[in-house]
Design a protein. Structure first.
Length: 276
């Protein structure tokens, strides 16, 4: 059996943390891509309203082998559970290999408990037939103007959690002059959280005021520096650009979400088709 692609990563804890950002209970297909740039995981939700992805550059891995681009499809929930299981004791390294037995994606870890005892854990993830997985980024022209804000992911998460109790939509409000970035509850419009200008590492508003709700298109990019990596870049290119292309981000894991206008009918149709 000829190994078509393989990779070994030492930052196992960082990888598990990054994967927690895209955890899901739905049986969604996920495309895993090995190429000269690195390893990518990408999936669409059932209503095709959100695409999520994780990109790891080849320099993150202690060993990386992908002589030609390779994409395979696996169940997302099974892949996440398998990685979490074999990496539960936080081993020194996690190894990916394709193909494994019966054309599976093989995950292995080896732990040296003592000088004479080793524990080897493995998981085989069955692959799926190829499916249509268009890249939502392609709907944009990179030359088009867009609005963007760069700030701490922790601050943004805490703000969203504070607004979740309303049970309704949350919209992003950006204003050019004076600089303003805030999150507002659509259901309780009196509830709003604003970020002062000094916590914004970057800000650009292409109109006097921009509001993004569930009827708009939004891209969220989160950059995580893995153990052993350099500092995350303080400056980022245009929102529609590729963060992973920066030299300073070579040791950074990029987690990205592209959110399309919410289609309740499409979402309900998908849930109705889900096996119980």
């Amino acid at each position: 059996m000829t190994v078509e692609a393989s990779a070994t990563i030492a930052s196992v804890k960082g990888l598990v943390v990054a994967l927690q950002a895209v955890r899901t209970t739905l049986k969604l297909p996920c495309v895993v891509t090995f190429d000269s740039v690195g390893l990518k995981l990408r999936f669409l939700d059932g209503a095709h309203a959100m695409q999520s992805g994780i990109s790891l550059s080849a320099s993150v891995f202690s060993q990386f082998h992908a002589p030609s681009p390779l994409s395979i499809f696996v169940p997302l929930s099974v892949l996440l559970e398998s990685i979490a299981t074999v990496a539960s004791s936080m081993p020194q390294e996690l190894h990916f290999q394709y193909p494994g037995p019966n054309s599976t994606l093989l995950l292995t870890t080896t732990e040296d408990i003592s000088g004479r005892t080793c524990i080897c854990s493995y998981a085989k993830v069955a692959t799926l037939a190829a499916q249509d997985m268009s890249v939502l980024d392609e709907m944009w022209d990179p030359q088009d103007e867009c609005s963007q804000a760069i700030l701490s992911g922790l601050l943004l998460r805490e703000a969203i959690e504070d607004l979740e109790w309303t049970g309704g939509e949350v919209q992003f409000v950006m204003r050019r002059n004076p600089t303003r970035f805030s999150l507002q509850s659509v259901k309780q419009q009196s509830l709003e959280i604003s970020f002062p200008a000094h916590v914004l590492d970057g800000f650009s508003c292409h109109e006097d005021e921009v509001c993004i709700s569930s009827r708009g298109v939004l891209k969220v990019t989160h950059m995580l520096t893995l153990a052993g990596g350099g500092l995350a870049p303080t400056e980022a290119p245009a929102l529609l650009g590729t963060f992973a292309s920066q030299g300073s981000a070579q040791r950074t894991c990029v987690v990205q979400f592209v959110i399309m206008p919410h289609d309740e009918a499409a979402e309900q149709a998908f849930l109705d088709d889900e096996p119980v």
